[in-house]
Each structure stands twice: as structure tokens, then as C-alpha cells.
Design a protein around this ligand. Structure first.
Ligand code: GLY
Length: 404
């Protein structure tokens, strides 16, 4: 009897030791995320120096993506993404203080300046806030103030008080007053302009836009439409559709991420609880979605045909990571931990060879496998500047967290 007990005890002990050894072995294999981020920032500086050497002689051009042969394609400042590349350079400068990167950031930011007068679409927010906004925040360069304020005034011209929203695109045969979820991102320019000028009209426009978007873009499960077009006379929504999603009722991945980021940012800027609640609801929709893959990088649409073989949109993953890190700062445990865990997985995934380019590859962009617009077969499975931008932002936000 005694012998049997001893035997059982011995087997248990061996099991316990084996199990712990196994645990220690797998723990030893997991590289700390902060180390991965430092390595990735160092890599990104090298990659963007290569990009900048190519871009420097191309006056008035900004990088856009690569073509089918893998060659760099560029745009002028009019393309909605023109501010992201200078913004990436500012983030890299913020993260590393590399003087050469600062020089490039200033030159590339200047290439976007004329967009401060853009009144033909809402993208002036992306263009100017990501470039000049970051430049101002990081260097306090006083001449950038005027650019931000002029751009915010340009954006404000697209606000119709009868509708209570900024009109994203011009009217067309389908849509009289189209507002897209992406527009939430442009409110950050208005909030920055409000802080610079104390002109409350910027604040009021941003709050009105965020409130009405919350009311009309969102479904009961907190997924959102891409486009809502309004009647400009009555301010009532007329039609709810998609432009870049799989179908009108689908959850286009980047659109969901724009919303998550937009309401988190609006909570930061206003401290209005309804925006925090909205961001939390959107996060729940995304994090609990059965089609969110294990590596947490979404398919281009949560309802894309062909899942699990559908294309991923790494830009949506980068945006989500950045937004979730910020949102984790505004909620209590265990929610904060839940948001951070997903963001951490996203940064790890994006930093792996599955998504991050080799040095000198991918047209000198950082992140691979993004989708611009699947329904238009435009920029499918390619690098895009906004994926790089939100990836860098997410890494810096993570580094700046007080506790990991
Ligand atoms: N229109 C901005 C985007 O493609 O997300």
C-alpha cells in the first residue's frame, strides 16, 4: 500500500516537473513585445531611409504603393493618402530621434502643404493632420499652426448645419450628400484646430458629426455601414450602402476600424462618455467576431466571400491595434487587458515575416498584404502608406504605455 502511494507520488512529481519545464521552455521562446518593437522601429528607419532616398529627387511626389511588377507607384499631394508617408517619418523621428529622418520628414511634409486649401473632399483631415499635425506635435514648429488652422477651415466648409455632418464626397447620381465612416478620422484635425485657436465652431462641428454618425451609420450589433447619404434639405438619411465593402449590409473591415479609432479619439478629445461607450461597443463587435482570425489581422471584410481564403487587410489590423491600445487606457480591468492582448497579437503578427517586408523589399514600404478597394479591384494585396502609418503609431503607443 505504502509502495503504491509512493509510486503515485513519484509519477505526479515527474508530471509536475515535466509540465513546468514545458511551460518554461515555451515562455523562453516568446520574445518580449517591447524588444520586437525596438527591432521593428530600427528596421523601419532603415526601410524608410531607402524609400526617402528614392523619393527625394521626385519633387512633388509621395509614395503610394507598388504595381504588379513590384515597382513603386507615386501620387501627387491630391491623393487622399499623401499625408501618411510624412506622418510615418514623423513617427520614426519621434521613436528614434534620427536627424536624417527628421530632415526627410520636413521635406515630405512640405510637399503636402497646398492641400490645406482642399475643400473638394473630406480627406484634407488625413492629409494635413497626419503630416503637419504630427510635425507640430513633435517639434512645435510654429509655422505649422497656420497650415493646420487653414486646413480645418477648409474642412469646415463641407459642414452643412441642416444636415449636421461634413459631406465626405461630392454629390453624384447615387448619393446626394454622402458621408462615409472614414470621415470620423478627419475630426481629429478639427479638434487640434480647436485646441490651437479656441474657436468653438471646430469643436461643435466635430461633435455634431460624431453624434449623427453614431445615430445613422451604426447597426444594432455595432457594425457600421460604409456610406450613408442624406437628404441635404431635411438632414434625414436617404440610403445606406457600401463603396469598398463586400455588400451593403456587410462589415467592411477598415471601416469598422476607422469607427473604433474615431470614437476612441473623440472620447480622448471631449471626454464625452457616449463616445467611450460607442468605442467599447465597436471593440466588442470586432473582438467577438467569429471571422476575426487567430492572428487578429482581419479579412478585408468581416463578411468577405471565400473566408478563410479571402484576402487580409493588414491596414485594418494596424488601425485596430493602435485604437485598442489607446482605448485600453480609458477602461478598467479586465477590459483593458482584453484590448491590449488583441493589440499585442496584432503587433506581433504585423512584425512577423508574414506581414512585414524584408529590407529593401515591398517597394521599401513596411507592411504587406493590404487591400485598398476590393470591389474596384484597386490596390489588392499590396503595401499602402496608411498601414505603415498606423503600425508605427501602434508600436509607439505601446512603447509609451506605463505598464505592459
Ligand atoms: N477611403 C479611405 C479608405 O480606403 O479607407
Amino acid at each position: 500500500m505504502k509502495k503504491t502511494i509512493l509510486c503515485v507520488l513519484a509519477v505526479c512529481m515527474i508530471g509536475f516537473i515535466n509540465c513546468n519545464a514545458q511551460k518554461m521552455k515555451s515562455a523562453a521562446k516568446v520574445e518580449p513585445l517591447t524588444r520586437i518593437i525596438d527591432q521593428s522601429l530600427a528596421f523601419s528607419v532603415k526601410q524608410y531611409k531607402l524609400m526617402s532616398e528614392v523619393m527625394l529627387p521626385k519633387t512633388d511626389s509621395l509614395p503610394r504603393t507598388i504595381d504588379k511588377a513590384g515597382h513603386l507607384t507615386t501620387s501627387d499631394s491630391r491623393w487622399w493618402c499623401s499625408g501618411f508617408y510624412p506622418g510615418c517619418l514623423w513617427y520614426l523621428y519621434e521613436g528614434t530621434k534620427d536627424p536624417m529622418i527628421k530632415k526627410y520628414a520636413k521635406v515630405m511634409t512640405a510637399r503636402v502643404e497646398r492641400e490645406k486649401f482642399t475643400t473638394s473632399n473630406h480627406d484634407v483631415g488625413f492629409m494635413i493632420n497626419c503630416s503637419f499635425g504630427n510635425g507640430l506635435r513633435i517639434t512645435n514648429e510654429k509655422s505649422y499652426n497656420e497650415v493646420l488652422l487653414t486646413a480645418a477651415k477648409s474642412l469646415s466648409t463641407r459642414f452643412n448645419p441642416k444636415v449636421g455632418l461634413i459631406q465626405s464626397w461630392g454629390a453624384n447620381a447615387k448619393w446626394k450628400y454622402p458621408v462615409i465612416i472614414d470621415n470620423m478620422m478627419n475630426l481629429e484635425l478639427l479638434m487640434n484646430a480647436f485646441k490651437l485657436s479656441h474657436d468653438s465652431s471646430f469643436y461643435k462641428i466635430a461633435v455634431s458629426h460624431a453624434d449623427k454618425t453614431m445615430k445613422n451609420h451604426y447597426r444594432s450589433d455595432y457594425s457600421c455601414y460604409h456610406v450613408v447619404s442624406y437628404n441635404p434639405e431635411t438632414g434625414e438619411p436617404m440610403i445606406k450602402q457600401t463603396h469598398q465593402g463586400a455588400f451593403d449590409e456587410s462589415a467592411w473591415a477598415r471601416g469598422q476600424a476607422w469607427g473604433l479609432y474615431g470614437y476612441t479619439m473623440m472620447y480622448r478629445e471631449t471626454k464625452l462618455d457616449r463616445y467611450l461607450q460607442q468605442a467599447k461597443h465597436i471593440a466588442e463587435f470586432l473582438l467577438n467576431h467569429p471571422n476575426l482570425p487567430v492572428d487578429k489581422i482581419p479579412y478585408w471584410d468581416f463578411n468577405a466571400p471565400g473566408i478563410p481564403d479571402a484576402k487580409r487587410d493588414a491596414s485594418a489590423g494596424a488601425l485596430m491595434a493602435s485604437a485598442l491600445i489607446e482605448l485600453s487606457q480609458y477602461v478598467d480591468q479586465p477590459l483593458a487587458k482584453k484590448y491590449l492582448a488583441v493589440a499585442e497579437t496584432e503587433i506581433r503578427s504585423l512584425s512577423s515575416p508574414a506581414y512585414r517586408a524584408p529590407l529593401g523589399g515591398n517597394g521599401n514600404f513596411i507592411i504587406k498584404h493590404n487591400v485598398g478597394s476590393m470591389p474596384h479591384n484597386s490596390e489588392v494585396d499590396v503595401p499602402l502608406t496608411y498601414a505603415d502609418y498606423y503600425y508605427l503609431e501602434a508600436m509607439l503607443r505601446y512603447k509609451n504605455l506605463k505598464k505592459h
